[in-house]
Design a protein around this ligand. Sequence first.
Ligand code: PRP
Length: 211
Amino acid sequence: MRYLTFALGKGRLAKTALELFEEVGIRCEEMKDPGSRKLIFVNEERKLRFFLSKGPDVPTYVEYGAADIGIVGKDTIMEEGRKLYEVLDLGFGKCKMCVCGPDSARELLDHGQLIRVATKYPNIAKDHFYNKKHQTVEIIKLNGSIELAPIVGLSEVIVDIVETGTTLKENGLHVLEEICPLSARMVVNQVSMKMESERIGSIIRAIRSVI
Ligand code: PRP
């Protein structure tokens, strides 16, 4: 039997994903060792392999079939636009993609002014402003701490994830527009879905029964 390979995005989602796998009897104890620098973990008994990668790389591994199954946020799926099947909403990691900024930016947004938008998600921002709102904006790609941008005058607004709203609040920013709800999803390689339909199908059914 060939190994089924799982790609998990490093960080917040991976821990909850592993707990979910454990609930359905898929164990990978080794992976939980925080001191380990090992990149890939094997469950010999069930012929499963797990690896951690940067979140945005998960859809890439899955599209090319280097991973059969991926666990990744909906934000990353939308941003990367890879060819894959999104098979399950796992129901954790819930948050929202929003346009945020200071109160003063409300007017600029409403009047369709040429504003600058800082974001880690340029494709999601383009889709929202160009395709949905038909508003011309300048999109500036950043890699983190996006909330800084309107504070220091790099941009008028940001497109970013809001979970508890604490980061916005502590920096005097507000949600100005909601783009879409987000959560962790299970994605599957399109060929694996056909070739391994039985094994992947039973994993999907097991996980669906506990979420
Ligand atoms: C995310 C996001 C916000 C924050 C939202 O950043 O970009 O900054 O979390 O969470 P909150 O609404 O609960 O405050 P993350 O911590 O992932 O790091 P980043 O700044 O590197 O993107």
